[in-house]
Design a protein around this ligand. Structure first.
Ligand code: CP3
Length: 347
């Protein structure tokens, strides 16, 4: 697919604004990363956080899937815990594990000890975004941040968690500490997004990957106000805001109302069921990421169903329902990209 003249004319931004582009735009969460041999090669011997702080490497890794697939958007290569690391929190990203925090956050004193992120902590982000915008031309760059609940889970649990038990125990048992923690993460996330957009990012995505662990009532009471604070600061930047979570069938309305222009839907909720829940907003998603392991004709038949369901939306950005699984064959994603971009939208 030939690149658009400028990001604002791109199919991605047009769909995000609720206009009708000439084809359904497509990109993939985690499109950069271990599924690509060229990624594994440039990451050899370089730690994850180290690579996120190296503008040249960030530009190269972000560009890799754009070059390979011709996707309709790039996503900035970074991680949801990077801004905390940059602000001075002692954490690492362990290969095959994920973010690991040296001293888990449990008390008000622990929350107060987390430094506030300031733009001066992340000059390498500005440099990387500027470099990317130059290389990308008309292809838009999506900036992103982790949402307060999902980032809090890593800080409170000390690492990845299935149940988020310590995090939710804090939410139920020490709501003042939980509130202070989420408010601080929200400020960090908003600052991080502001830096990316100031340097040239065309859209932002707030990842609340683990919000699906919450009941709607707990989400609304304890979490939504903080995500809304991030999205409201992002609103003044004038770029579309995508809000995504996993297992959020019960939360889609609340996630939209938190202030999203586009609601990301995971693969468990068919788009036709999601549409009435998100209201007058565009949607992003939502092919099951394991379909790449099926024969190509099964993959594309299911992609066609997603595109058809997306026709009823205010706008539709095609994506997987969660990130690319590392063992994915890049050739399947290339075939999927080409299928989505050439799918006949007329009529
Ligand atoms: O291409 C892209 O989508 C941009 C890059 C990106 C990364 N992390 C790079 C990364 C994005 C958008 C993220 C966000 C992120 N990080 C989320 C939200 C999205 C989601 O998947 O739900 C979450 C929950 C994290 C926390 C995190 N960081 C996890 C769970 C892991 C994986 C652990 C593992 O190794 O399996 C990481 C590490 C990470 N972040 C990798 C990448 C490419 C793998 C590290 C490596 O390549 O060595």
């Amino acid at each position: 697919m030939s690149a658009p003249a400028s990001p604002s004319d791109s199919a991605f931004l047009r769909a995000a604004r609720g206009e009708r582009p000439d084809h359904t735009p497509v990109w993939f969460m985690r499109q950069a990363g271990r599924s690509l041999p060229e990624y594994r090669k440039v990451r050899e011997g370089v730690g994850m956080l180290e690579s996120c702080m190296d503008p040249e490497l960030v530009v190269e890794i972000t560009m890799q899937p754009v070059r390979r697939y011709g996707v309709d958007a790039a996503i900035f290569f970074s991680d949801i815990v990077l801004p905390l690391k940059a602000a001075g929190v002692d954490l690492d990203i362990k290969p095959g594990v994920g973010p690991v925090v040296a001293s888990p956050v449990r008390t008000m004193a622990d929350v107060e000890a987390i430094p506030e992120l300031e733009p001066v902590h992340v000059p390498f982000i500005t440099e990387a975004v500027r470099g990317l915008v130059g290389e990308l031309g008309g292809t838009p760059l999506i900036g992103f941040a982790g949402a307060p609940f999902t980032v809090a889970s890593y800080l409170v649990e000390g690492g990845p968690s299935k149940e988020h038990a310590a995090t939710k125990a804090m939410m139920f048992g020490a709501p003042d500490v939980f509130e202070a923690l989420l408010a601080k993460i929200a400020r960090t996330a908003a600052t991080y997004l502001e830096v990316q957009v100031a340097a040239g990012a065309s859209a932002v995505q707030l990842f609340d990957s683990w919000a699906g662990a919450l009941t709607p009532q707990d989400y609304r009471t304890h979490v939504q106000p903080h995500s809304a604070a991030v999205l409201s600061r992002a609103a003044s930047l004038g770029v579309p805001r995508i809000h995504f979570g996993v297992g959020t069938a019960n939360l889609l309305t609340d996630m939209g109302e938190a202030g999203a222009d586009v609601v990301g839907v995971d693969w468990r909720t068919p788009l036709d069921r999601a549409l009435p829940l998100v209201g007058d907003r565009a949607v992003q998603g939502n092919l099951d990421p394991t379909l790449v392991f099926a024969p190509t004709e099964v993959l594309t038949a299911r992609a066609a169903e997603v595109i058809e369901a997306g026709r009823g939306a205010k706008g539709h950005i095609f994506n997987l329902g969660h990130g690319v699984i590392p063992s994915t064959d890049p050739d399947q994603l290339a075939r999927l990209t080409e299928f989505v971009q050439s799918y006949e939208l007329a009529g």
